[in-house]
Design a protein around this ligand. Structure first.
Ligand code: SF4
Length: 347
């Protein structure tokens, strides 16, 4: 049973209160480089991101937000550490939300200035506690309890100033601590939670770590928005997030599902390439179609029949194409991708 949470609004996206779970990512360009940052945000938009975060390291980056925002449509979050002036400048540039830990701004008057400005502009703030960057002078180990205590400090600072437009993330770099700290938080607070495993590693490690932690939490009704942290191209983060929500049947958005066999010695074609290409080419098609890409005609046809369309490699550089109960059609291997895409477009 999902516990009721407060709702925040980032641009046109509502987070918490049972709203759709949104997918976030973060650019890895230099935010001052407006054209590169816009290009990457557009790639993320194309992949289906809901919200994008940008690192704001200096004044030029905060100023660049205005020009970036004018060229993209997804809401943007400024990621700021320590310097309250960057938060103010980012808000002036039209940022939709901030990721900032008020306890890290040394001067409490400056905290007040930022919080009041955010309140006036209705700009939400995410408190983001990461296991690896806990204040070691206060907390010796990044345990779930210490992470929660750190988040509580930041939250209290804001609540004391009458600010509750808050979202929180509690990310450890391991599965079990991430699960525990989010469970502890949810028992104590009803602010929306941004889920993620921090420094989760390269694609394979992150997929395993993030999927394990996020699946557990989401299936237990915890989590309102999410980010996969993956070293490398952030587009992968968005694709992973979308797949997770689809496979957990949380997202009802129509999409193409590709089932492909693991391949074995019977395979006579490059199934990895074909399945990946079909996936890439159908990324933005909003139709519920299941496609089976199978490596042989021993087991392939059986599986393929359970999909809307299926292909199974034969021994002579060709595929058999299956469509429900129709008799299979033989397609040359070098034409099979084009043939499938055409079928999908006409579906
Ligand atoms: S479908 Fe054929 S090629 Fe693919 S794993 Fe099964 S037996 Fe091997």
């Amino acid at each position: 049973m999902k516990k009721e949470t407060t709702v925040i609004k980032i641009g046109n996206i509502l987070i918490g209160g049972g709203n759709r779970i949104s997918i976030q990512s973060m650019t890895n360009t230099d935010t001052k480089n407006i054209s590169a940052t816009v290009a990457q945000i557009k790639e993320l938009e194309n992949a289906g991101v809901d919200i994008v975060r940008l690192a704001v390291l200096d004044e030029d980056a905060a100023i660049a937000i205005k020009a970036i925002k004018a060229q993209v449509s997804v809401p943007l979050i400024a990621d700021i550490h320590f310097d309250h002036k960057l938060a103010l400048k980012s808000m002036e540039s039209g940022i939709d939300a901030l990721r900032l830990n008020p306890g890290n701004i040394r001067n409490k008057e400056n905290v007040k200035i930022v919080i009041n400005e955010a309140k006036d502009r209705k700009i939400p703030i995410r408190v983001g506690v990461n296991g690896g960057s806990l204040d070691t002078t206060k907390y010796s180990h990044p345990t779930a309890e210490n992470m929660l205590a750190s988040a509580s400090e930041h939250i209290t600072l804001m609540e004391d100033l009458g600010f509750t437009d808050i979202k929180v993330s509690l990310k450890a770099s391991d599965i079990l601590t991430t699960i525990k700290v989010n469970e502890l938080f949810r028992e104590k607070y009803n602010y929306p939670l941004h889920l993620g495993v921090t420094e989760a590693g390269t694609l394979k490690s992150s997929l395993i770590k993030s999927t394990s932690a996020l699946s557990y939490l989401l299936l237990n009704g915890i989590g309102d928005t999410l980010r996969y942290s993956i070293t490398g191209n952030p587009v992968e983060e968005v694709l992973a997030g979308k797949k997770l929500l689809k496979f957990l049947e949380i997202s009802k958005e129509p999409s193409i599902e590709i089932i492909s066999c693991p391949t074995c010695g019977r395979t006579t074609s490059d199934i990895d390439y074909i399945a990946s290409e079909v996936e890439r080419l159908t990324l933005n098609i909003k139709k519920n179609i299941k496609i089976a890409v199978m490596g042989c005609i021993v087991n392939g046809p059986g599986e393929a029949k359970h999909a809307d369309f299926g292909i199974a490699a034969t021994n002579n550089n060709a595929f058999l194409f299956f469509e429900k109960d129709n008799a299979p059609i033989k397609i040359e291997a070098n034409k099979v991708i084009e043939f499938l895409i055409d079928k999908i477009n006409k579906f």
